[in-house]
Design a protein around this ligand. Structure first.
Ligand code: WT7
Length: 662
């Protein structure tokens, strides 16, 4: 049975316990409905009220929502604020400076605790160092760092001086860095000598050097700031590269925040779309911060005594909103973890929850599925071998969670007492869009349930008309919301075309996912992407990006990439390749497969390596030369071809491609 069918047939319902409801920030279904009704009555007024209550403004805004240049919406016009002030100074000024902000656990297990006062001082010093490097408001700064306190400090310091950061995940290659450096027009890169993961040291700085060689003469990069993480060998280029500690240690601990307009771009984050070129998703300051705060308070129910742990990397949007910004803006204590869930063994997450008394835990279905497997193979690393009684709430993000994994998470990790919030959102949405609220929503395994209060999520057909509950369609959002993407950096036309397509009328935000609402209660279930984007272990990958990487290899004439379901990673990448030379067999095929996998790893990053590669003398094409991807998807799954193949130019090719190459 497919994952979606099993969700649709799901009839287990888990209502929140009375005790949870009683203490929850949003308590009970009536409270939820009252918020939704308030937004329906006075949409702009609803968000304005929340923005006044949950964000500290240096100067108040004079208009809530400006639709005059739709779909380039503006929120909180006239307002001035600083995100770093809201995350740090605010708490220190309120007398909470000695509260622990970050509990950092290194790959090897060493623990460092940083209070709000310490964090403010570190951010202010580094912000002063950035200014001394000539970096100023509006400049773009690339951050290519491992999970670290410094990663959070670097992002917060950019926010403090009004520089727009663009974090690049440490697993991305030099080529990916090159693309982002040029597209963003970045002036500086903040990186580290090496990263420590799973007991190994992996060089990081060489990728920056290689990227800068590739962009020589074309980029605006003036400095590279290097955090010494391991002390491993690290070449430094005089006049360009400086050590983090050298430029920071003697700086003043005082740095007046740069008060910026609500719409000032806080960050760009590149993500995959349906073309070969990643999109620089641009986020605002005021609207983004509001949603980061609200969702941390309402979805995660974060309270002063909580220990919050989001296991994402700061290289993804989840790490931005639920590590660097949301929890700190709420004054929470949070975990930042450098390592991997399976080192030194697959009990690492559970051991850390036990030791740090984590109360709210937020992770991805892929991690859960791999830990289920590990626990089945070795009871010593199973959750039941640890004391997880500190947990009170669990979260899931990044991909659909199958009901089986949901139940295991609920029973084995949450001990049957912790609600699970299955949060649907995207890089473009800035924060949660459709999610249970833990003191409100009866849970159904595999469903992300109902929209966050104020979010106008709906399902429509190809003309933009609403479909009835029970019928599938395109997931859209009918009204702009404060934390939405503002534009694609440098490409406003692509922004309009991708997210507000004319076919749907031009006013609906198109998420890019298919979805269905339950016929009885209207709960949403996400059915996966409707575009050429794959979701592998909760990471978004464009099929076109992988295809371009493959065809840039001298052996390859043509390539088509599709996804196929995978028990562990959700989707797996499957590539159909036509070589320039003869179609290889046996060991020769294996060698080429390995070579192409490594090639893609180097071009994009290891997460983009195709799991399967199959060779054909051609690809299935229509007479007009269009690749029939639907057929490739069936072949990748190992399904019998039942589709009509009469329009196919070369039906014999299907037999060839049926034979797995790997
Ligand atoms: C895509 C966005 C949201 C931060 C991490 C991923 C899929 C995300 C869920 C969920 C089903 C989900 C969608 C979406 N997705 N969360 N709870 N249930 N699918 O951000 O890289 O921008 O990817 O991830 O397909 O469009 P992203």
């Amino acid at each position: 049975m497919s994952q979606i069918e099993s969700v649709l047939q799901e009839n287990r319902v888990f209502a929140p316990s009375e005790a949870f409801v009683k203490q929850a920030t949003v308590s009970g279904m009536e409270a939820y409905q009252a918020l939704c009704a308030e937004a329906d009555r006075d949409y702009a007024g609803y968000w304005a009220r929340l923005a006044k209550e949950h964000v500290v403004w240096k100067e108040p805004f004079t208009q809530s929502l400006d639709e005059s240049e739709a779909p380039f919406y503006k929120w909180f016009t006239g307002g001035k604020l600083n995100v770093s002030y809201n995350c740090l100074d605010k708490h220190v000024e309120a007398g909470n400076g000695d509260k622990v902000a970050i509990i950092f656990e290194a790959d090897g297990g060493e623990v460092t605790k940083v209070t709000y006062k310490d964090l403010l001082s570190r951010v202010a010093k580094f912000a002063n160092a950035l200014k001394a490097q000539g970096i100023k408001k509006g400049d773009r700064v690339i951050i290519y760092l491992p999970m670290s306190i410094e990663g959070v400090v670097a992002m917060q310091a950019c926010a403090r001086i009004g520089a727009t950061h663009s974090v690049v995940f440490g697993g991305f290659s030099a080529k990916s860095l090159e693309e982002r450096i040029l597209d963003a027009g970045a002036v500086a890169i903040i990186t580290a000598d090496e990263q420590a993961r799973g007991g190994k040291h992996i060089p990081l700085k060489p990728a920056v050097d290689e990227a800068l060689d590739l962009v020589a003469g074309k980029s605006a990069i003036k400095s590279v700031i290097v955090y010494k993480r391991t002390g491993g060998a690290c070449a430094m280029k005089a006049g360009r590269d400086v050590w983090w500690h050298d430029i920071t240690d003697s700086q003043s601990e005082v740095c007046e925040p740069e008060w910026v307009d609500a719409e000032h771009p806080l960050f760009l984050l590149y993500t995959s779309g349906s073309t070969g070129k990643p999109k620089g998703v641009q986020h605002s300051t005021g609207g983004y911060l509001l949603h980061a705060v609200l969702t941390t308070k309402w979805t995660f129910d974060v309270k002063p005594n909580d220990v919050f742990w989001c296991t994402a990397d700061i290289g993804w949007v989840t790490g931005h909103t639920y590590i660097t910004y949301g929890p700190l803006a709420c004054g929470a204590t949070e975990i930042v973890f450098e390592g991997v869930p399976t080192y030194p063994d697959a009990g690492r997450f559970w051991k850390m929850i036990q030791e740090h008394k984590v109360s709210i835990f937020y992770t991805a279905p892929t991690a859960i599925r791999s830990l289920i497997k590990a626990a089945e193979a070795n009871p010593a690393v199973a959750p039941k071998s640890y004391d997880l009684s500190s947990l009170r709430l669990l979260g899931s993000v990044g991909e659909p969670i199958n009901p089986e994994a949901w139940m295991w998470y609920y029973e084995n990790v949450g001990g049957g007492r912790c609600p699970i919030v299955d949060t649907f959102w995207q890089t473009e949405t800035g924060g949660h869009m459709i999610t249970p609220l833990p003191g409100v929503t009866p849970l159904v395994p595999g469903s992300c349930t109902l929209p966050f209060p104020g979010i106008q999520a709906a399902i429509v057909d190809e003309t933009g008309a609403d479909v009835e509950w029970g019928k599938g369609g395109f997931l859209v959002v009918k009204k702009p919301w404060p934390s939405m993407i503002r534009t694609i950096w440098g490409d406003p036309e692509r922004f309009k075309k991708s997210y507000f397509p004319e076919d749907l009328g031009g006013t609906l935000y198109l998420a890019g996912d298919g979805a269905v609402r339950d016929a009885k209660n209207g709960y949403f279930t996400i059915m996966g992407r409707i575009d050429d984007v794959l979701n592998v272990s909760g990471h978004r990958m464009g099929t076109m990006e992988i295809e371009s990487a493959l065809v840039s290899n001298p052996l390859v004439a043509e390539a088509a990439v599709v996804g196929r379901p995978d028990d562990l990673t959700g989707e797996a990448i499957c590539a159909f390749v036509v070589l320039k030379g003869a179609r290889p067999n046996g060991d020769a095929a294996k060698a080429v497969i390995k070579e192409l996998q490594d090639w893609v790893g180097k071009e994009i990053g290891p997460i983009a390596k195709p799991k399967d590669i199959r060779f054909g003398e051609n690809l299935p094409k229509t007479r007009s030369g269009k690749i029939m991807r639907r057929l490739l998807r069936s072949l990748a799954k190992g399904e019998e071809i039942t589709q009509d193949v009469s329009t196919l130019e070369n039906p014999a090719i299907l037999d060839q491609l049926k034979q797995a190459g790997s």
